[in-house]
Design a protein around this ligand. Structure first.
Ligand code: 13P
Ligand code: SF4
Length: 389
């Protein structure tokens, strides 16, 4: 499979704070045990126990899995998808319990979209997203305040990437804005410009720039707002002239891809097509043949003629899965070193088992619960996006 990067989920150990799986076959964790005891569940029994716990819960549980989840977890998902597809699934799910195998902002969004009787669970509360953490509500409110000292903010529409906290989503709803994902950012941005003169795009600078540029907005009409500087590090004139104000946030996984990697892979594989996630930097998105959300990448490869070779610039679990599952195509990673989202990787089969077995006993562990006020305003912004689907 070409230079497909091979990592074995059960053996790689990423980060200093992520404990390796322990092997102690003589000790078995049981319901009611805290999570640590589940680290002792023998690997060879995990699948059967997860399947049994899921079967016992029946229609009471629905498991949602993001494409970046490890194989050992995603195989138990009732629905797989990108952020957009999963948020729609969350809004339609029937089960009493929604177990979200993804990261914190995704589970929060599910809690905002869920129905009254439903409960959302994130199997490991440490599964966060560094990009979402780059826009703090205090910083965003300070930005809005500074903008309002220069402009009529009624003409500025906040467009917030799904990868954001519930508080930022609520700010967006309260200020007549909308959420977007990497699948519908252009549609949401078009909607925003129908009603406003400027867009404040939060919190991913790259998705905002890549989307704006493809809509015909010149680079010099997009400025970057650095929350650690007065007026985001911009002059009043630059702010007045800008059409898109890009929050200075980024994804540490996607920012690793470089234009040199695109050049290198083309040198090594002259017929290869390069597709990257729009969280990649502008130069990478421009050098690539195509950009796409995780779902968009999957569809583009599936729709391509048999034998097409692809270099993909996104998280490695998805790239490896495509390499394994799409046998008629050759799929390799754009980055020869492993590009893992370490927070997505925090959801282990042990966490899933722990959450499911506890649910089976009526114990809800790791519930994600957004307060009612935040939920109300964030829902307005999410519903706006879903109505544009
Ligand atoms: P998608 O919306 O494409 O699933 O992306 C989510 C994400 O976090 C990518 O890093
Ligand atoms: Fe967040 Fe990047 Fe991981 Fe996506 S890949 S969840 S943006 S850290």
């Amino acid at each position: 499979m070409g230079n497909l990067v091979s990592i074995s989920d059960s053996s790689i150990f990423i980060g200093v704070d992520q404990p390796p799986t322990l092997h102690a076959p003589e000790i078995e964790a049981g319901v009611g045990c805290d999570f640590d005891s589940y680290l002792l569940v023998p690997d060879n029994t995990l699948d059967d126990r997860i399947a049994a716990a899921k079967a016992r819960l029946g229609n009471d549980v629905v498991i949602l899995g993001h494409h970046y989840q490890r194989d050992e977890v995603i195989k138990f998902a009732d629905f797989r998808g990108d952020s957009l597809k999963l948020s729609f699934q969350a809004s339609q799910a029937e089960g009493r319990y929604i177990v979200f195998c993804g990261v914190h902002f995704m589970a929060e969004s599910a809690d905002i979209l869920r129905r009254e009787h439903q409960t959302v669970i994130l199997p490991d509360l440490n599964a966060g997203c560094s990009m979402a953490d780059m826009a703090d509500i205090g910083q965003v409110e300070a930005c809005w305040h500074e903008l309002s000292s220069l402009l009529d903010v009624h003409k500025v529409v906040p467009v917030t990437y799904m990868n954001s906290t519930a508080a930022i989503k609520a700010f967006t709803g309260e200020n007549r804005g909308s959420i977007c994902t990497s699948s519908n950012a252009a549609a949401v941005m078009n909607w925003a410009f129908e009603g406003g003169e400027k867009v404040l795009f939060l919190p991913d600078e790259h998705l905002g720039r890549n989307t704006g540029y493809r809509m015909g907005i010149p680079l010099d009409q997009m400025i970057v707002w650095d929350p650690y500087q007065d007026f985001g590090g911009n002059t009043p004139e630059a702010i007045r002239n800008a059409r898109i104000i890009l929050w200075k946030g980024y994804c540490s996984v996607h920012q690793r891809f470089t234009p040199q990697q695109v050049e290198r892979v083309r040198g090594q594989h002259p017929r290869i097509r390069v597709i990257v996630h729009p969280e990649c930097r502008f130069e990478v998105a421009e050098a690539a043949d195509q950009i796409g959300s995780t779902e968009g990448i999957i569809k583009a490869i599936q729709a391509s003629p048999r034998g097409t070779e692809w270099a993909v610039g996104t998280e490695i679990h998805l790239v490896n899965r495509l390499g394994k599952e799409l046998k008629n195509h050759k799929v390799i990673s754009l980055d020869p070193s492993v590009c893992v989202c370490t927070t997505m990787f925090r959801i282990t089969p042990q966490h899933l088992l722990w959450a499911l077995e506890n649910l089976g006993e009526g114990n809800v562990v790791n519930r994600i619960s957004v307060d009612e006020r935040t939920r109300h305003h964030a829902r307005v912004a999410l519903d706006r996006m879903l109505s544009l689907r």
